[in-house]
Design a protein around this ligand. Structure first.
Ligand SMILES: [Zn+2]
Length: 441
């Protein structure tokens, strides 16, 4: 029998055992949900977390490889629930709202991914960038090209990463080179990708109609049929991001009660559906999302950057809708989940609300894992989970160090960390017990 790989990681462990609520950092529910274990050993065997013990009470034996980061934070890796890998080329593009931005910047960049060599280079750059931002799981839109999916799956599998992604479906209102021109061919490509990749390593396939405007009713119908290929496929798309987009979808689908209803009518709302944005929803939409168990991937930096609108997190939460956090790139301006958390706080502040650091961190870890039905595998430091973890300094720059040193409690420390620091604090990123990113000091 192969000798198990045993690793003991020393640091201050922070994760959640329950939902800390949205806006009350010091109430009983929040206190009960936060699990703070300073100076502990996190024990990892064959890539999986098996235990955590105080350093004062346990010295791991000779057969444990010790990796010591005293005084540093060990967190579960971040989960980015909506991001476009091919859009790294258009991050920070000037001057347009969603529909213009798609045609001016995004579609030309996506067309390049027909080339398998470029697609592989893009995937490698993208996956490395995720890891160097502390993101260990992502729900990704590559492009319409099978090559771009293959490249992303290959790259994720080589890293042992949990990756949810699928071929983007579009059959109208986009450049010819990006359109599915033959439904049989589209079905064949998707079936082939599901058969060869779904469940390979930690890859999961998501059926991915881009949005209602670029899929005909027939293609949305086809997406629903493709969902039946396996019981645990995901569905990802966009909804109600921008006013002009909503008007356009209303013209294209006059029979639908709302934008979200287009998807509901086609049977695309379910517990594994991830809908990006959802800024302009009404009560009936939120009730439908709650009933289906679908989640909203809130993309605050993108929403601010493109001027799309201010998503109301509290309203969604009150309606029982799961809300996760996402970078969206290049609608957003970075792959940083920390800056995404900051933007989420700012958007709620503009709406007159306040979100706790606990809520932000929870949404990017345990909350997302639960919404994706993956809480047995990711999102916490619970025994049984794979060791997808990040190790952070609380501060490296003098100003941040000063701010941390005067913080009166952990919430204040963490909130200042989320809102005023950056990824220079990231020391290491681990995926399934293997170190995949190390900061060069
Ligand atoms: Zn998007």
């Amino acid at each position: 029998m192969k000798t198990p790989t045993r690793i003991a990681l020393r640091g201050d462990l922070l994760d959640f055992t329950a939902d800390p609520g949205l806006s009350q950092p010091h109430d009983d529910a929040a206190r009960a949900a936060v699990r703070w274990r300073p100076d502990h050993w996190l024990l990892v065997e064959n890539g999986r977390i098996v235990d955590a013990q105080p350093v004062s009470s346990l010295q791991p034996g000779e057969d444990w490889k010790r990796i010591e980061h005293p005084g540093r934070w060990i967190l579960p890796g971040f989960i980015d629930t909506h991001v476009h890998s091919a859009q790294v080329d258009v991050i920070g593009s000037w001057g347009s709202e969603l529909l213009d931005w798609l045609s001016t910047h995004t579609y030309p960049a996506e067309q390049r991914m027909a080339d398998p060599v470029l697609a592989l280079q893009n995937s490698q750059l993208f996956v490395h960038a995720l890891l160097s931002h502390g993101t260990t799981t992502a729900c990704v839109f590559p492009t319409v090209h099978a090559a771009s999916c293959e490249a992303l799956y290959e790259t994720a599998k080589a890293k042992g990463m949990r990756m949810i992604a699928g071929k983007v479906l579009m059959d109208r209102h986009a450049p010819e080179a990006l359109l599915d021109d033959n439904p049989q061919k589209t079905a064949q490509i998707c079936v082939d990708l599901v058969e060869r990749w779904h469940g390979q390593g930690r890859v999961a396939v998501a059926i991915t109609p881009r949005f209602a405007a670029t899929s005909s009713p027939q293609q949305l119908q086809q997406a629903a049929e493709l969902m039946r290929l396996a019981p645990d496929l995901y569905l990802q798309t966009h909804v109600a991001e921008n006013r002009a987009e909503i008007d356009w979808v209303a013209q294209l689908y006059p029979e639908a009660r709302s934008y979200l209803d287009v998807y509901d009518r086609h049977g695309l709302l379910g517990p594994r559906s991830i809908l990006a944005h959802g800024i302009w929803l009404d009560d009936a939409d939120r009730a439908a999302l709650h009933k289906a168990g679908a989640q909203i991937a809130f993309c605050p930096s993108s929403n601010l950057f493109l001027g799309s609108g201010l998503f109301d997190w509290a309203q969604a939460r009150d309606a029982g809708v799961a809300v996760t956090l996402a970078s969206d790139v290049g609608g957003g301006t970075h792959l940083s989940m920390r800056r995404t958390m900051l933007a989420a706080y700012q958007v709620q502040a503009m709406r007159g609300g306040r979100v706790s650091a606990w809520a932000l961190l929870h949404a990017a870890t345990r909350g997302a894992a639960q919404a994706l039905h993956l809480s047995d595998e990711i999102g916490t430091l619970q025994p049984g989970c794979l060791a997808d973890i990040t190790i952070w300094d609380s501060a490296v720059h003098p100003l941040s160090q000063r701010r941390q040193s005067v913080a009166r409690d952990l919430h204040e420390q963490l909130f200042a960390w989320v809102t005023s620091g950056d990824e220079s604090d990231l020391v290491e990123t681990w995926v399934a017990g293997v170190r995949q990113f190390v900061r060069l000091d």
